[in-house]
Design a protein around this ligand. Structure first.
Ligand code: AMP
Ligand code: MG
Length: 407
């Protein structure tokens, strides 16, 4: 049994980066950017109007009010996509719509609400004084040409997609998705939908794994529940070792009579880096490597498997895609948290804000077979070993589940 920190360092050395591929902008959601996105032009690209109204020379409007409107002559119209070529002379104005280029000579926009309105007349009454720059979006005020907009390694969300579109990027270079094989072992495992016989249970872990792989940005390339028999295991694993970047098992790596996942890995030439980490749940954690495959043997108990995935596999999938590591938070306990004498302790938990402070409590169900302890949870709480439980008011590490919110 090795300490958590040592296990993390061992894995770190083995992580390799996946290649990259070009993907159309419409399909890049949840991928990891493999290039910097740079502004190829300033934004806005030209001075333009923030309002529907009239482009004016502000000095022509001095003294204008509702009671004393000033009349200006209409010299043209500038709309978004159809700029006016007219340059504004003294006493003139140009109808100028939102997003339209500011005509030469104008230094301000009067909102249509502060005028006698749009019409076909060749003059308009202005009822408010303008001043230079009013309602004008200045060229480059948001972004300068050449500025880095988004760094390589960023998770692509609607914000990144919108920004890329704004600057004309139609295809992005992103990291390839890790190809992942997931499998469960156990003669007792039955698929949901089929009637249970005595002693059987439904396979839940592979459904959790599949969803987690997808959420992390990977592709489930192979998935199977394998009976506790070496031949089927060998067939599945030798194929997975040839074709997948990551293999994740649920179960079969404990001390039971039929736990021979590890044996089969060894037979197939997998190098074992460690087996058993000082943690609860999930002590019998196996980590090995094939030629170009990382292998995680997670325990079968549903909570151990789920927490094991989030603490060990999720960050690795992210790093393989080049995503910058997300820092864990620290919260203040509101309820006691059980500690182990020699093991790191994880539990699902709830975290929320009180007066701007992150506070939390562990799930009341603590068994590693109690998957419903994850239902209300928005985080995994974790603490180092210690003699006594942590007490309310003490700090604990909070790993927020990325798809949950903090209320
Ligand atoms: P094992 O690690 O194979 O000894 O399994 C430990 C416990 O987890 C046993 O109670 C198994 O029945 C249960 N288990 C194993 N695999 C799964 C699975 N895919 N879904 C739900 N429970 C499982
Ligand atoms: Mg088993």
């Amino acid at each position: 049994m090795i300490p958590l920190s040592e296990a993390k360092s061992i894995i770190e050395i083995q992580i390799f980066k996946l290649g990259t591929e070009s993907v159309p902008l419409s399909d890049v959601g949840n991928r990891i950017l493999a290039q910097d996105i740079v502004a190829t032009f300033p934004s806005p690209q030209f001075d333009n109007s923030a309002m529907d109204g009239f482009a004016v020379r502000s000095e022509d409007t001095y003294g204008a009010s509702k009671e004393n409107p000033i009349t200006l002559n209409m010299a043209g119209i500038s709309s978004a996509g159809m700029p006016s070529e007219v340059s504004l002379g003294q006493g003139e104005c140009i109808q100028c719509m939102t997003g339209a280029k500011i005509p030469v000579g104008a230094d301000s926009i009067i909102m249509v609400e502060d005028s006698s309105g749009f019409s076909d007349s060749n003059s308009v009454q202005i009822m408010l004084e303008a001043f230079p720059g009013k309602h004008i979006r200045k060229m480059g005020e948001e972004i300068k040409e050449g500025e880095t907009l988004i760094d390589k390694g960023t998770l692509i969300t609607p914000s990144e997609i919108g920004t890329c579109a704004t600057f004309g990027y139609d295809i992005l270079n992103v990291s390839k998705k890790p190809k992942v094989a997931i499998f469960g072992t156990g003669d007792e495992l039955i698929e949901p939908g089929i009637n249970l016989e005595e002693g059987e249970i439904y396979n839940s872990n592979l459904y959790v794994f599949a969803e987690l792989v997808k959420k992390a940005g990977g592709n489930v390339a192979m998935s199977n529940v394998i009976k506790d028999d070496k031949d089927s295991l060998r067939t599945f694993l030798s194929e997975a070792l040839k074709t997948c970047n990551v293999i994740i098992s649920s179960g079969g790596v404990s001390m039971g009579k039929y736990d021979f996942v590890r044996d089969v890995f060894m037979e197939l030439g997998v190098e074992e880096h460690f087996w058993k980490v000082a943690q609860k749940p999930g002590k019998p954690l196996f980590f090995g490597t094939g030629n170009s495959t990382l292998i995680f043997g997670l325990p079968g108990n549903p909570v151990s498997a789920y927490i094991g995935f989030m603490e060990w596999v999720w960050p690795v999938l992210k790093l393989m895609m080049g995503q910058k590591e997300v820092k864990k938070l620290t919260g203040i306990l509101r309820k006691p948290f059980p500690r182990e004498k020699v093991k790191y302790r994880f539990l699902f938990g709830e975290a929320w804000l009180e007066n701007g402070q992150l506070v939390c409590q562990p799930s009341t169900k603590v068994g590693s077979h109690m998957l419903t302890s994850s239902l209300k949870a928005n985080c995994i709480l974790g603490t180092k070993e210690g003699d006594r439980p942590l007490q309310p008011g003490q700090e604990i590490v909070v790993n927020i589940l990325p798809w949950r919110t903090i209320e």
